[in-house]
Ligand binder design. Sequence first.
Ligand code: PLP
Length: 451
Amino acid sequence: MSLIKFFSTNGHPEHVDFRQALLMGQAPDKGLYMPEQIPQIPESKILGFPLKSYPEIAYEILKPYLGDLVEEGALRSMLHNAYNYEVPVEKVYDERYILRLDRGPTCSFKDFAARIMGRLIQYFLKQDGRSILILTATSGDTGSAVAHAFYGLDNIRVVVLFPEKEVTARQRRQMTTLGKNIFPLAVAGKFDDCQALVKQAFVDHDLAGLDLSSANSINIGRLLPQAVYYFYAHSRVTKGGEEVVFSVPSGNFGDLMGGLIALKMGLPVRKFVAATNENDEFPRFMKTGIYEPIRPSKNCISNAMNVGHPSNLARLFCLYGGRMDESGHVILQPDLQAMKRDLYAVSIRDDETRQTIRDAYLEHKVLLEPHGAVGWAGLMKYLDEYGGSGTIPCISLETADPAKFPDEIVRLTGVNPPLPAAMAKLDELQESFQKIDGSYASLKDYLRGFL
Ligand SMILES: *Cc1c(COP(=O)(O)O)cnc(C)c1O
């Protein structure tokens, strides 16, 4: 099998294998890595997925990208250990489902990518006897998922930047109560500022000695595992080959990119609903063909989606023949018609999100949190516009556990969402973190301390 190589969306001449792309995070020209070819999963294999477990499906999807870089038994065992929790597909009514991606150790869908990425990075670093510093920005849930995935490993240190005022107390506590090799950093700024700081550190030659790697959704190792649950969910609601609709609450667009990669690998999907909160730069682009980042991003209750310029749009544009640089400048317009064939983009206001949480509970006894509610509301709008889409199965992704957002949920439904076991002790643990202002000089100073 010839090994798939990865290229930079900014056009850097050097193409790398999965291992290099994973350890580097970002390409040297600030582009994001994309696979040169997208491997095809034959229909005969997809028809067999209803009988396979989550880790078995994950193996089939990821193996073509890894080739022989990871020994088969090692890969299978990493996948079994990483995916040791439930992935429920709940029927809400008729053929309308919720895919619950919130049963991992930090109760958001980010565990899916972080847990296998952590294991793969550790596997490769051990081969080289190397150690690295992972630098990552979080809008709320990446930080904790990554911190948990790498916690206690001696050849890896993790610095997590989070916007001081934009994460909930429980989200913060999931990062700040670990200690050991995990270093949380509260930034006086927004998620986009954190993300920009991280990107700058990566191209700073003064910090080369740190062997920096990223665990953001810009890392290809975060993206590919997110194709797996689309195959899995499809296999749980169809008998095999039928099309489905997915609705994906989107911020940085890593989750949606996972879905589009699944589509390009051969998964039968009629449409992806890309549902954003009031940070509607992408839905507006789909309408007008003009891309304008929102700076600063708007604060919505679905805080992990408060992204005014999603990094993964560079990949999305690339997938449809266009080109966008890291600052959001469109160098080549993508094929908008083809994008519209695959995607329905919609922005959901906070008042609609709240109403959706209320309605879903009253009408269906389903407890949604703000992100999942954006997805569900987006699906309802799509179905309204397309006349209900008949009996085609529709799956909306629930990306976090409602207990991460208790205040909002109690106010809207009167229900105090039960704390999952993974979060039970969180409110009592001791927190430890540092604060910096939003300047790059401050981050650099801090990082120099690790040299
Ligand atoms: C990160 C996150 C999202 C957005 O996912 P993207 O890949 O950034 O689009 C949605 N919901 C929750 C709960 C998240 O943590």
